[in-house]
Design a protein around this ligand. Structure first.
Ligand code: HEC
Length: 439
């Protein structure tokens, strides 16, 4: 809690991450999968002398360039803004741990931009070998950036030996790194196929639709297999507490497996049946398929994010921005003393006296309770929106609420231990009773 908190009504600041990520994830995976498939496509088409396929790819690259550079790059910067503002402590921990990882990622990003633009603008002027080379350079740099980001995001779920050694490579090559790379690479191939179906629904000739979709569908099938294998490995590699939480709520997981399985069968169907290929490229169907693909990807990210609670970095950093290793000190000294922004805000509503709040005016106690609630609870609970606190306290009296606030993990495993004193939990209860508890 070294940073002031940014309170977003209805949604909660951390929920902004999935909102921005929604766009970024579907576009950035297209940027990787599209890179790989454009390279493989250019290679095959040139070796076979398949002018029609090459012509298709040239046009597809323009579509690809607009989508990935415009939306991918803007939302990529957007993600930095949102995570920096909504989870500054986690962002800071990640930057400190992976500073060279980020630096490398920016290099791959620049190489990506230059090579994809080179591919598009110099397409006609390049010799076949050069075109293949540039396409390969793009595919490689885009995939490497996926690998780097996966190392960092996987680290949050499973920091592994890093916890003891604080070594960059222990953190980067963490237990869920490889499963993550498999899932994301597979997901890239799947979503790229859906983008291609969408593109083909209004571009290209009928013959293109038939042949090219058949070509793409094999890659979607391969992608689905990678996702299944990687997904299974991921469930074996996450820390035990995440495994337990997954086991408690198996539906989320079974639905994901089912969706990927259906996608695999759909890809096989597209490969084998011309009728199915024609049906898939009807614009409304193509758009629906793409949206279902988006939803599937979001579900995957949601599983990764939500099962990690109560931590943002498993066993290291709680969602409340308190390091697990500091918890005892927070509980001992109190968050009014330790949390510099909590103290700053509390001094303003109490006129500087934050010592003897026992006897303070009820209004003052509730005001301090609101500040404590904001820092300790509102990273997850909004008042009336997402995970709203109001309906959850309506039936509880002051004593019940004080008990939840003082011992959150007893009530739900996603809630971190309270990083403050019993008295502070009481202040939160005063505020919540005033807000709408059972008086
Ligand atoms: C890391 C996220 C997170 C934090 C921080 C958090 N909670 Fe929760 N809380 C949850 C989740 C998830 C649930 C379960 C919601 C559900 O399934 O309905 C929950 C449930 C609750 C409930 C309902 C309990 C019950 O038995 O039904 C109350 C009350 C509550 N939280 C209060 C608080 C208070 C007070 C704080 C701050 C001291 C807090 N929470 C901090 C995530 C969090």
């Amino acid at each position: 809690m070294n940073y002031p908190l940014w309170y977003v009504p209805l949604l909660g600041a951390p929920m902004l991450i999935p909102v921005v990520a929604l766009i970024h994830v579907v576009v950035s995976h297209f940027a990787v999968g599209g890179g790989i498939l454009i390279w493989v496509g250019v290679r095959e088409a040139q070796h076979r002398g398949d002018e029609e396929f090459l012509h298709f790819l040239r046009n597809f690259v323009r579509f690809f360039l607009y989508v990935t550079v415009v939306f991918g790059a803007i939302t990529g910067v957007g993600i930095w803004w949102t995570i920096g503002l909504s989870s500054p402590e986690t962002t800071s921990a990640l930057i400190h741990t992976f500073v060279f990882g980020w630096a490398t990622e920016w290099v791959t990003f620049v190489v990506e931009l230059v090579s994809v633009m080179g591919l598009y603008y110099f397409w006609d002027r390049m010799k076949p070998g050069e075109r293949e080379g540039v396409a390969f350079l793009y595919a490689l740099s885009a995939w490497l950036s996926l690998v780097i980001i996966t190392g960092v995001t996987a680290f949050m779920a499973s920091p592994g030996h890093w916890v003891q050694t604080r070594n960059f490579w222990d953190g980067f090559l963490n237990p869920t790194f490889l499963p993550g790379v498999l899932v994301r690479t597979g997901g890239s191939l799947m979503i790229t196929t859906l983008w291609a179906v969408f593109y083909l629904s209004w571009a290209g000739t009928e013959e293109d639709r038939n042949r090219i979709l058949q070509w793409f569908s094999r890659w979607a099938a391969l992608g689905a297999l990678l996702v299944l294998v990687g997904g299974y490995a991921w469930t074996r590699a996450v820390p035990v507490y995440i495994q337990e939480r997954l086991a408690e709520r198996p539906t989320v997981f079974l639905v994901s497996v089912l969706l990927v399985g259906i996608t695999f069968l759909l890809a096989l169907g597209l490969w084998m049946s011309r009728t199915l290929r024609e049906a898939a490229t009807v614009p409304a169907v193509a758009l629906t398929l793409l949206l279902v693909g988006f939803a599937g990807q979001m579900a995957g990210e949601f599983v990764r994010e939500s099962f990690r609670k109560p931590y943002t970095i498993a066993h290291v950093l709680y969602s409340t921005s308190v390091y697990a290793s500091d918890l005892a000190a927070w509980q001992e000294e109190g968050s009014l003393q330790r949390g510099r922004w909590i103290r700053w805000a509390a001094e303003r509503v109490t006129g500087g006296n934050i010592e003897n709040l026992e006897d303070a005016d009820p209004e003052v106690r509730a005001a301090v309770g609101e500040i404590l609630f904001t820092y300790h609870c509102s990273v997850c609970h909004t008042r009336r929106g997402y995970l709203a606190i109001l309906p959850r306290i309506r039936e509880l009296d002051r004593e019940d609420i004080a008990d939840v606030a003082a011992n959150p993990p007893d009530y739900h495993p996603a809630m971190p231990p309270f990083a403050g004193t019993e008295e502070e939990a009481g202040l939160i209860a005063d505020y919540l009773v005033k807000l709408g508890g059972n008086r």
